[in-house]
Design a protein around this ligand. Structure first.
Ligand SMILES: [Zn+2]
Ligand SMILES: [Zn+2]
Ligand SMILES: [Zn+2]
Length: 258
């Protein structure tokens, strides 16, 4: 069995796999100390939500969300950290009800809701929620409402408590170096991953060796292969559509201390 991906606790920096982290977060001393410090502040309810890829459980996020936040806030967070490529549509599926980013035409059944709904009106602890981004090359996620608690109010609506560390992917050409690029056209085929070295080797093929000294981007311009490469990143949407990774969040989650 493959080893599960691990991540760091935001508060103390300890490393656990997903379920271990969920247990740890409820007893983390550094977190408790922080919550006690904030105890005299105005109180507010928070949901703890575990977000994972529907198929590849190695991708996970554990977040804390203000109960007054809306699905729009949560959708924006998921886009920012994991999926946004070209402003595709998205939807949450909660209790058989669809909440869409842009509810448009519908042909039968209940019309979809929009995302102007506060979490406290629709989330229940224990609930499993579906999420889809892009109805063409869809990224499917599963959200589990893990917990609800009342603590001192924080400035930010959503706090990332932990996430899986980047998954090390080897170059499928040399099998040695860590891959930095994925061939989006061959994502589901045999050898989609490339390291910098193998990419350069490939670029040299068919090029006059005289020119190699000043190998640069220009030599590969116009070669369709290079236009199809996307960066390897810590997201279930890696290699899909034009996804190039998150602009706001680095692939490696950095704890506050530890
Ligand atoms: Zn901790
Ligand atoms: Zn796209
Ligand atoms: Zn390689």
């Amino acid at each position: 069995m493959a080893t599960q991906t691990k991540g760091f606790c935001k508060y103390c920096g300890k490393e656990y796999a997903k379920s271990g982290m969920v247990r740890h977060l409820s007893s983390c001393k550094a977190r408790k100390a922080k919550l006690e410090k904030a105890a005299e502040k105005t109180k507010c309810g928070y949901f703890q939500v575990i977000i994972s890829d529907k198929y590849n459980k190695d991708y996970w996020l554990i977040v804390e969300i203000n109960e007054n936040a809306t699905l729009i806030d949560l959708d924006q967070f998921i886009r920012d950290i994991w999926v946004e490529c070209c402003g595709h549509l998205s939807a949450f599926e909660i209790d058989g009800m669809s909440y869409e980013s842009m509810p448009g035409d519908f042909f039968w059944g209940e019309p979809p809701e929009d995302m102007h709904h506060q979490l406290k009106k629709i989330f229940k602890v224990g609930q499993t929620i579906g999420y889809e981004y892009d109805f063409g090359s869809t990224t499917k996620l599963v959200l589990k409402v893990q917990d609800y608690y009342i603590v001192g109010r924080k400035k930010e609506k959503i706090t990332l408590l932990s996430r899986n560390n980047p998954i090390k992917i080897l170059c499928s050409q040399c099998g040695k170096n860590e891959a930095t690029w994925v061939d989006s056209q061959r994502l589901y085929e045999e050898a989609p991953f490339w390291c910098e070295e193998c990419m350069r080797e490939r670029a040299k093929e068919g090029i006059d060796p005289e020119e190699l000294d000043d190998w640069d981007e220009d030599l590969v311009n116009g070669d369709e292969f290079y236009e199809m490469l996307l960066p390897v990143c810590n997201s279930p949407r890696m290699g899909i559509c034009g996804y190039e990774g998150s602009e706001e969040y680095s692939n490696q989650f950095v704890p506050d201390e530890g």
